[in-house]
Design a protein around this ligand. Structure first.
Ligand SMILES: [Cu+2]
Length: 138
């Protein structure tokens, strides 16, 4: 009987560190994930709203927010929440000024640009002339 008790004791002692190890693992992953989230939150996000490929979004927002203010050296990430393709192109429709010339951003994809020069940057979508936004860099 004593033998079994010792055996049980030894089993518990050897199992506990394994359990701690297993329980620690997801916790570490979670912390890692939290760090990634913080990084995302600190970015400046502009959302390309659903259905902006159809005229009408200019009544509210095609790019949300339509005007965003940042300081020099900061990055803006545009996230396409629509089902169609869009671009971020600085200038006015048919007269791009070449500061930003994004590729076509596919649905759920994103595009980032870091602004070093100050000033007001107006931009639009090459595919949908009614989509306009402004970046103010201070
Ligand atoms: Cu568009």
């Amino acid at each position: 009987m004593k033998k079994y008790l010792i055996l049980a004791g030894v089993s518990i002692i050897s199992v506990v560190p394994i359990l701690i190890f297993i329980l620690e693992q997801p916790k570490n992953d979670f912390n890692e994930h939290e760090k990634t989230s913080d990084k995302t939150i600190s970015e400046n996000i502009v959302s390309i709203v659903m259905s902006s490929s159809r005229p009408g979004c200019e009544q509210s927002n095609c790019y949300l927010p339509t005007k965003i203010s940042i300081t020099s050296g900061q990055t803006i990430t545009w996230i396409n929440h629509d089902r169609g393709f869009h671009t971020v192109t600085t200038g006015y429709y048919d007269t791009p000024n070449g500061v930003i010339e994004s590729p076509q951003i596919s649905p759920e994809d994103n595009f980032s640009f870091t602004f070093y020069n100050t000033g007001e940057f107006r931009y639009y979508c090459r595919l949908h002339p009614w989509m306009e936004g402004i970046v103010q860099v201070n």
